[in-house]
Design a protein around this ligand. Structure first.
Ligand code: CP
Ligand code: NVA
Length: 303
């Protein structure tokens, strides 16, 4: 098993499926009130350069439920001291680092220069923890045979989409990005993932084509954290891609709606859709807890 959880692309398909199976097991134990203190006495440092509700709460609660302890740090990496000095200090005190940073390279650098596991809790490039929880949710609603399923990601080819592309490069499923021209993600990352995919992969600017036969319609904010200055411009460009009843009607009749949250009702999604019966966004949020506990137990424990 890989030491760190920086990118889903670092994992083999069967390793990702093993993490998902463990996430299901830990969820069942938690629901049954069965203790599962797999990280007794272990500690995790949490570094947040950007705001967070779900990631912060689920890592803290997750460490507690696993019998460990977490220490929250507010930090802007590379300002007061170098990234590697921070990492070399932390590895003397804690058993693992979870980091949400602006620069993806900072998480990579910490992973490379320490002997303790480093977990990527979102960077400008990737959000692997989110996709693990999303796939756990997708399996709960649509079954474990992902190769039969089509996920249509509508909106910006951003960090969340990149991690979806990485997942699809390791575990067969059919992925389509439906986006405005010029927003199809990092070309190098997307091409590499495309070359490794076993399911179908499509990028289209046309909602009708992209949403046809979709089992899950996924969207995320139009302007990610750090892109606030582009908000007004993006609102115009992305307006035709709002996931509303009209767009959902283009997918399969039993399609689910997914969103990593936070959401902006009236922008990337209408209130009717996100608050309606096909929305599973709070299941996704719940599964952040269980999926990340699987990552923590695997990397910091002896699972
Ligand atoms: N989805 C997600 O990562 O939420 P937070 O930004 O609140 O952690
Ligand atoms: N793409 C979003 C995800 C938030 C969880 C961002 O980076 O802000």
């Amino acid at each position: 098993m890989v030491k760190d959880f920086v990118s889903l692309a670092d994992y083999a398909g069967d390793e990702l499926l093993a993490l998902l199976a463990l996430a299901d097991e830990l969820k069942a134990l938690q629901k049954a009130d069965e203790p599962h203190r797999l990280l007794e006495g272990k500690t995790l440092a949490l570094i947040f350069e950007k705001p967070s509700l779900r990631t912060r709460l689920t890592f803290q609660v997750g460490m507690f439920q696993l019998g460990g302890y977490s220490v929250l740090m507010d930090a802007r990496l590379g300002e007061r001291e170098t990234v590697s000095d921070v990492a070399h200090n932390l590895e003397r005190w804690v058993d693992g680092i979870m980091a949400r940073t602006f620069k993806h390279e900072h998480v990579v650098q910490m992973a490379e220069c320490t002997h303790i596991p480093v977990i990527n809790a979102l960077t400008d490039m990737l959000h692997p923890c989110q996709i693990l929880a999303d796939v756990q949710t997708l399996r709960e609603h649509k079954g474990h045979d992902l190769s039969r399923l089509k996920v249509a990601f509508v909106g910006d080819g951003n960090n969340v989409f990149h991690s979806w592309a990485h997942f699809a490069a390791r575990v067969p499923l059919n992925l389509t990005l439906v986006c405005p021209e010029g927003y199809a993600g990092n070309p190098e990352l997307v091409e590499r993932a495309r070359s490794e995919m076993q399911g179908t992969f499509e990028i289209t600017h046309d909602c009708e084509t992209g949403l046809r036969d979709a089992d899950a319609v996924y969207t995320d904010v139009w302007a990610s954290m750090g892109q606030e200055a582009e908000t007004a411009e993006r609102q115009q460009i992305f307006a035709p891609y709002q996931v509303n009843d009209r767009l959902m009607a283009l997918a399969k009749p039993d399609a689910i709606f997914m969103h990593c949250l936070p959401a902006h009702r009236g922008q990337e999604v209408s209130a009717d859709v996100i608050d309606g019966p096909c929305s599973v966004c709070f299941d996704q949020a719940e599964n952040r807890l269980h999926a990340q506990k699987a990552v923590l137990a695997t990397l910091l424990g002896d699972v």
